[in-house]
Design a protein. Structure first.
Length: 154
């Protein structure tokens, strides 16, 4: 369907209902077989759907609305706490707790290994030899030596 008919589709469809379409739409439909066929198909669908429509709107049986209101009152509104009593919710909480425990346990296991201080005197001396800047700042060197002596174990 071309843009002109798409924009003025309502107008083109109302042409069959007795209202004249604009000259531009009518001119396009007279010259374009594809648009004319598509509009004709839509009009046919409209006619079929209208034939399926009920003659009169069905009415509710006596007391229908009263029964609906009674049933709504009997069921009442669900409490927000009822969600916690649902077995599916329990399983989800347990699964989430286990996943959180696994993640935190893995984090602690790997971060503790990298934070652990060396315990042997050779490791402490080796670590001090690798640290940059020794001999440049006297106060820092004193602090380093104090830490070394305080953590030394035999």
């Amino acid at each position: 369907m071309h843009g002109l008919i798409g924009k003025h589709l309502e107008e083109a469809l109302q042409d069959a209902a007795g209202r004249p379409a604009s000259e531009e739409v009518a001119r396009h439909l007279s010259g374009c077989e594809a648009c004319r066929d598509e509009v004709r198909g839509m009009r046919e669908q409209n006619r079929v759907l209208r034939s399926l429509r009920a003659e009169e709107a069905p009415e509710a049986a006596p007391g229908f609305y009263a029964r609906v209101l009674e049933r709504m009152d009997a069921q009442g509104s669900a409490s927000m706490w009822s969600a916690f009593l649902d077995p599916i919710f329990d399983r989800r909480v347990i699964a989430a707790s286990l996943a959180l425990a696994a993640v935190l346990g893995g984090f602690l296991a790997f971060s503790e290994a990298s934070i652990a201080a060396p315990t042997s005197s050779e490791a402490i001396i080796e670590m001090q030899d690798r640290s940059p800047g020794l001999g440049q700042d006297r106060q820092r060197d004193r602090d380093t030596m104090l830490v070394t002596l305080a953590t030394y174990r035999e």
